[in-house]
Design a protein around this ligand. Sequence first.
Ligand code: KG4
Ligand code: ZN
Length: 336
Amino acid sequence: MYVLGIESSCDETAAAIVTERKEILSNVIYSQIDEHEAFGGVVPELAARAHLEKIDLVVAKALGNAHLDISEITAVAGACGPGLIGGLIVGATFAKTVAMAMGIPFIAVNHIEAHALSVRLTEDVRFPYLLLLASGGHCQLCVVHGVDRFDVLGKTIDDSVGEAFDKVAKLLGLGYPGGPALEKEAANGNDRAFALPSPLCRGKSCDFSFSGLKTAVLAASGKCKSAQDRADLCASFQKTAAGILGHKTKQAINLCRSKNIPLTTLIAAGGVAANGIVRKELRNVCSSSELHFSAPPAQFCTDNGAMIAWLGVEKLRDDQTYSLNFAPRPRWPLGE
Ligand code: KG4
Ligand code: ZN
């Protein structure tokens, strides 16, 4: 089975081909950093145009790298939401067109669900597992029981954690994309230099809040007089954000245990799961809770076509295919 996956929900045009045996035959990503850098963030209209310009080249390269002809593809999976509508229309329409022209199944993929199941492409992880999804658009904790079967335990009530990384990076002049730039800057800083708040961490709730932390960084940035101060503030922010993720994950583990949900594994996914300090914090939480911790390799945490293709494989095995009338959904919560 060769499944082509197409991703275009935000600022990456990506295509990949994977098999049901977890072989990643190709994984091509065209990042739009150059298009958006000058604006310090993603400009939706520019993103849509860039997807339109690159999508055929990216898909052709994915086929070429896999040494496959389009006639050998079994099915096409396209990210159909959530995300920026212009990009979703480009990717979904391309995926449907290939499916129609080749007479093969089309699978509409939820981008968040693709992140949630991506670890099963790179490792053998069984359901159920606890998932921390930490990306630019989302921040939530849920139990993944199976394909399309999620129990959401908590989510952010304001910004996602990736958004907080991006906004803090922009505020401190680190450019776009913010998360990786901030992690690099923080490597030279003292993470105890600034005392920052951890909002919503008192009670037992598994919901997150990051906007107060971001505001506190804004206030503290006034005290930054040197390059070292800036690195210290980055390190302090990163440590606090990772601490919040770890604390909430611990709350979720306790909640699952009180409900007798048989968990053995915590999985982190989404762009922020690529962060070394976040991974370290989650590993610590797991070792104190006797859970196994895992996350996809960093390149599969951030947006990619392989995770879309993999969810296509999982859905195909479940006999789930979609009508070509499926409309892209800019808002598409997990489990809907
Ligand atoms: O999963 P993703 O590629 O796209 C969404 O679905 O949102 O996540 C992108 C987010 C951005 O906010 C980016 O700054 C953040 O993930 N990110 C990181 C790192 N790499 C990406 N945040 C912190 N540290 C990183 N190394
Ligand atoms: Zn994503």
